[in-house]
Design a protein around this ligand. Structure first.
Ligand SMILES: C=C1C[C@]23C[C@@]1(O)CC[C@H]2[C@@]12CC[C@H](O)[C@@](C)(C(=O)O1)[C@H]2[C@@H]3C(=O)O
Ligand SMILES: O=C(O)CCC(=O)C(=O)O
Ligand SMILES: [Fe+2]
Length: 335
């Protein structure tokens, strides 16, 4: 069921007692690059962001303005939720597409060493099944999301300024729109002690790109996140619980006509410590046309066919995690 790098083994822990299907895998990783760090309070932020989005589709943000209190309250509520008995957590599931999920990711057979809560940002959830004090959980999730949405807006305005796009809210207005189809996810990767003993790798969340515009990720201090570099090697991202990590999503790649790179990334589970991550996926309204901004075309053809976010999202949910989802929407260049 879950991928390990060497021989087969049976994995068991309190809530994870199942046998994994182990497949030999080689995990090459790179250590010669490091991730760009952007200080949002500095005047060079917009230039560094554009460069990072072009080169990596990924960067780390410091001085982000999200109060540590909002972060730690959510982390503590999330840990409380994930430590409930499985039967309690399953009351908030299955994720179709929102709710509690365990091991299965998406509707098409992907699996990972992860359990999660997937929420939409329009607060249409039945929070009454979310743990012991659902009202408290709801307040904490809402205040965290509004802080992170503000940061997403700030970053997207810096992107527009860095790319000399007018008006500067060309991207940010999409995630600030009341109809914005944004998603919020909390992932919990339990420690897998068997891995520590065998020195093996276990996929927590398989490789993929995020379909939305931008993703803002914060995790506790447990490693696991890797991004794919242009040469195909994997770069391990050292965890930093006080910073945020930003991913360019497929939609931003399209809106910049391929100038920005939607980064492939994955998570490996940890043998010793559990990882908790919270990700805000900033998406446009469903009816929004996703197309390159005219000012970025400079007489060039669009690399992509026209589509709405609704069409892209539908196609996404028919795909496997590792698929190249944008592939269907690329235009074949006329020679
Ligand atoms: C396998 C899948 C899970 C996913 C929907 C999909 O069919 C392909 C994209 C996956 C992804 C990756 C980024 C986000 O975590 C996510 C919520 C999203 O929008 O696209 C997940 C989807 C999911 O877990 O439902
Ligand atoms: O949990 C993480 O650190 C990243 C997970 C991820 O990439 C996702 O949920 O799309
Ligand atoms: Fe992701």
């Amino acid at each position: 069921m879950v991928l390990l790098s060497k021989a087969s083994s049976s994995v068991s822990s309190e809530q994870y007692s199942y046998t994994s299907n182990c497949m030999p895998t080689t995990f090459s990783s790179s250590s010669s690059s490091s991730v760009p760090i952007v200080d949002l309070s500095k005047p060079d932020a917009k230039t560094l962001i554009v460069k990072a989005c072009e080169e990596f589709g990924f960067f780390k943000v410091i001085n982000h303005g999200v109060p540590m209190e909002a972060i730690s309250q959510l982390e503590s509520e999330a840990f409380k939720f994930f430590s409930l008995p499985l039967t309690e957590k399953e009351k908030a599931g299955p994720p179709n597409p929102f709710g509690y999920g365990s091991k299965r990711i998406g509707p098409n057979g992907d699996v990972g060493w992860v359990e999660y809560l997937l929420l939409n940002t329009k607060q249409e959830h039945n929070f009454s099944v979310l743990g012991k004090n659902p009202e408290k959980f709801r307040c904490i999730v809402n205040s965290y999301m509004s802080c992170v949405r503000k940061m997403a807006c700030e970053i997207l305005e810096l992107v527009a300024e860095g790319l000399k796009i007018q008006p500067k809210n060309a991207f940010s207005k999409l995630v600030m729109d009341k109809q914005s189809d944004s998603v919020f996810r909390v992932n919990h990767y339990p420690a897998c002690p068997e891995l520590a003993m065998k020195g093996e790798n276990l996929i927590g969340f398989g490789e993929h790109t995020d379909p939305q515009i931008i993703s803002l990720l914060r995790s506790n201090n447990t490693s696991g996140l890797q991004i794919s570099l242009r040469d195909g090697s994997w770069l391990s991202i050292p965890p930093d619980h006080s910073s945020f990590f930003i991913n360019v999503g497929d939609s931003l790649q399209v809106m910049t006509n391929g100038r920005f790179r939607s980064v492939r990334h994955r998570v490996l589970a940890n043998g010793v410590k559990s990882r908790l991550s919270m990700i805000y996926f900033g998406g446009p309204p469903l009816s929004e046309k996703i197309a390159p901004l005219p000012s970025l075309m400079k007489g060039k053809e669009s690399l992509y066919k026209e589509f709405t976010w609704f069409e892209y999202k539908n196609s996404t949910y028919g795909s496997r995690l590792a698929d190249n989802r944008l592939g269907h929407f690329e235009r074949i260049a006329a020679s």
